[in-house]
Design a binder for this molecule. Structure first.
Ligand SMILES: Cc1cc2nc3c(=O)[nH]c(=O)nc-3n(C[C@H](O)[C@H](O)[C@H](O)COP(=O)(O)OP(=O)(O)OC[C@H]3O[C@@H](n4cnc5c(N)ncnc54)[C@H](O)[C@@H]3O)c2cc1C
Length: 601
């Protein structure tokens, strides 16, 4: 093994040409590069800039970077070869300063989504195990040879082969061709040329014909002729609307089917004025914490393009700690989490009161990413693209079409829609729907799905005189005013047959707020009630969402069981599905993808 000139040099266009790049992407609709030594992003900038100036470039460029947590991409200024590279570097620097990287995976889009950057902020061995992409071209260096012992027996080179597209290439420093790096690549199925002896040179290895590991689950639509046909989404609530938006943003047509559209473009969330999307932390950084952290961040990034009256508002969330044990747990989670400064800050009850501009009796943590969301307006906006057609009908069952796709039939057996890609996002309705379609056995995690009704209460802001600046999340939640109303939640009406707003529900919510709002505020609340909204939560044991393609039913995806966190998870789940179908790198670790897959038992 040797120090790699590949990872240290600022790559020139000649270097990129020698590594096979511009030729590789020509004539392609999409091209994915994976850089196992992303460092300060030099190769990303050069690759992007070369791609920009190439008249025959692919329509889209996806770049995956492996980035140990202690390296700050774009934080290392360097000399530029051209003004264009300086512009790309500046765009990366600005994006990174707006979205300070969180532990896990982050995704940044440039040029209207034509260029994407997916960064794995974790040690190299972990990134190799956790990334999911179909890679056309790798940049690697000798660091790869150092990670073998940490992958639990998996060869790091084998992980490259796992993600490699059929004709994938690997650019490696010529000096490493005969070292462990070259030998490891050969063993994993790459044809590695002999070195010329010039240490500054780059060598290109290629996946041996017949080695392609394309049988794995992600990227099902690759190579299918139907990929320009509209996507069918069943259910136009939070989950379905987010999926429609994710596909429409990628230029795909969508038919979204929901009987509630006959009443309003806001569907069942018409009149649902406000809700919250809130990160959580746990001492062991469990799946829920990781999914929520990524999901809230992605909701903010993705839904910024919506009209001002529908996009999320980044007010921040104050997550209150109820007792001494919870204070200890949260503080330990913050100290051990490796989060960027400013993402979460511990607040005494006095500091919390000042941050919220409302007197509070308990301490907590202020999450800068916390969002105030207007669910009704959000759904209408997410489904308002000219590429999205809302269809007011109830889907009854799916049936195989003659062309290998799927037909959606109504209860009267009429065909409502046809598609190669179907996303079932009808919350608790998913179980009878899949049962009627003969597909429920493909989703064992959904068998124990439970529907729980609940309500939020609305309070006249003028009468409460306790309008917070931030979302306050404790035993109940208390939200900044929307349309002159403070929304508070929520109730859990176990066993209720229909959701309803009731006086008992208002009383229950006021009692929950009593755990953190002042006694004077609580006294004013009963006379300040001006209504509410009620709906369903669909939950499975473990309280994680169920998102993924059904095994053995190619093209049928589910996106449901979002419980009380639909607004935190919807954008992430939608990105996972749309990115998989469109063969893009996935914005989540494989471990988490498996944890939420419908087939997991
Ligand atoms: C009182 C209350 C307060 C909440 N507050 C928050 C909060 O602050 N933050 C948060 O993140 N989450 C909150 N939630 C949870 C959140 O509302 C859910 O997680 C979210 O709505 C789930 O999205 P969904 O699309 O799966 O379900 P829904 O939004 O319920 O949408 C399901 C849709 O499927 C449609 N459908 C059903 N059957 C069919 C069919 N056969 N064909 C076509 N369409 C069909 C329905 O009409 C409906 O429109 C709250 C929930 C409740 C009840």
């Amino acid at each position: 093994m040797s120090d790699s000139p590949c990872s240290l040099a600022i790559p020139t266009q000649a270097w990129l040409s020698a590594s096979g790049l511009p030729v590789g992407w020509r004539g392609r609709s999409s091209f994915t590069v994976c850089d196992t030594a992303f460092g300060a992003g030099h190769r990303f900038i050069s690759t992007w800039s070369t791609w920009r100036s190439d008249a025959n470039r692919s329509e889209r460029l996806h770049y995956v970077g492996f980035c140990p947590a202690d390296v700050n991409p774009a934080g290392d200024p360097w000399l530029f070869a051209s003004d264009d590279e300086a512009a790309c570097h500046e765009a990366l620097r600005v994006a990174q300063s707006v979205y300070a990287p969180l532990p896990g995976v982050s995704r940044l889009d440039f040029e209207g989504g034509a260029v994407t950057l997916t960064l794995f902020h974790m040690p190299l061995w972990k990134a190799l195990m956790q990334a999911e992409a179909r890679v056309d071209h790798y940049f690697v260096d000798a660091m790869l040879a150092t990670v073998g012992a940490q992958t639990g027996g998996y060869s790091p080179y084998g992980q490259l082969a796992r993600m490699a597209a059929r004709e994938a290439s690997v650019a490696l420093p010529a000096v490493d061709v005969s070292s462990d790096l070259g030998k490891g690549l050969k063993k994993a199925g790459f044809i590695v040329p002999t070195a010329s002896g010039d240490l500054a040179e780059v060598c290109v290895a290629r996946l041996r014909p017949g080695i392609f590991h394309g049988a794995h689950l992600a990227f099902p639509e690759q190579g299918r002729a139907l990929s320009v046909a509209p996507v069918m989404v069943i259910g136009g609530g939070i989950a379905g609307a987010a999926v429609a938006w994710a596909f429409a943003s990628r230029g795909r047509k969508v038919n979204i089917i929901d009987p509630a559209f006959s009443r309003s473009a806001q569907g069942v969330h018409a009149g649902h004025l406000a809700a919250a999307a809130t990160p959580v932390v746990s001492r062991d950084d469990d799946y829920r914490a990781r999914l929520t952290r990524s999901g809230v961040r992605l909701a903010w990034q993705r839904w910024q393009a919506l009209a001002a009256d529908a996009r999320p508002l980044q007010t921040g969330t104050l997550g209150l700690a109820g007792d001494a044990d919870e204070v200890d747990r949260v503080r330990a989670a913050l100290e051990g989490g490796g989060f960027p400064a400013g993402w979460a800050r511990w607040q005494t009850s006095l500091a919390a009161s000042l941050a919220a501009a409302v007197p509070l009796s308990v301490p907590g943590v202020l999450f800068a990413d916390g969002l105030l969301i207007r669910p009704g307006a959000l759904i209408a906006a997410l489904t308002s693209s000219p590429l999205v057609q809302r269809i007011s009908a109830a889907g009854h069952r799916l049936e195989r079409a003659d062309d290998g796709g799927w037909l959606l039939r109504s209860a009267g057996d009429h065909v409502l829609a046809q598609a190669a890609t179907v996303v079932v996002a009808n919350a608790a309705g998913v179980v009878p729907f899949l049962q009627r379609s003969g597909l429920l056995d493909r989703a064992p995690r959904l068998r124990q799905l439970q529907a729980i009704a609940g309500q939020v209460s609305y309070f006249d802001t003028q009468r409460t005189a306790a309008n917070p600046n931030v979302v306050i999340d404790g035993p109940g939640y208390w939200l900044p005013s929307v349309d002159g109303v403070n929304v508070a939640g929520g109730t859990y009406a176990l066993g209720a047959e229909t959701p309803a707003v009731t006086q008992a529900g208002h009383d229950d919510i006021i009692e929950k707020l009593g755990a953190f709002l002042s006694a004077e505020t609580i006294q004013r609340l009963p006379d300040a009630v001006v209504g509410g909204w009620s709906g369903w939560r669909a939950v499975v044991p473990g309280r994680l969402p169920v998102v993924g393609e059904l095994l053995g039913a190619n093209g049928v995806w589910v996106a449901c069981a979002y419980g009380s966190r639909g607004l935190s998870w919807a954008a992430l789940a939608a990105e996972i599905i749309a990115a998989s179908v469109c063969c893009e790198p996935l914005p989540l670790e494989r471990e988490l993808l498996m944890a939420i897959a419908p087939g997991k038992r």
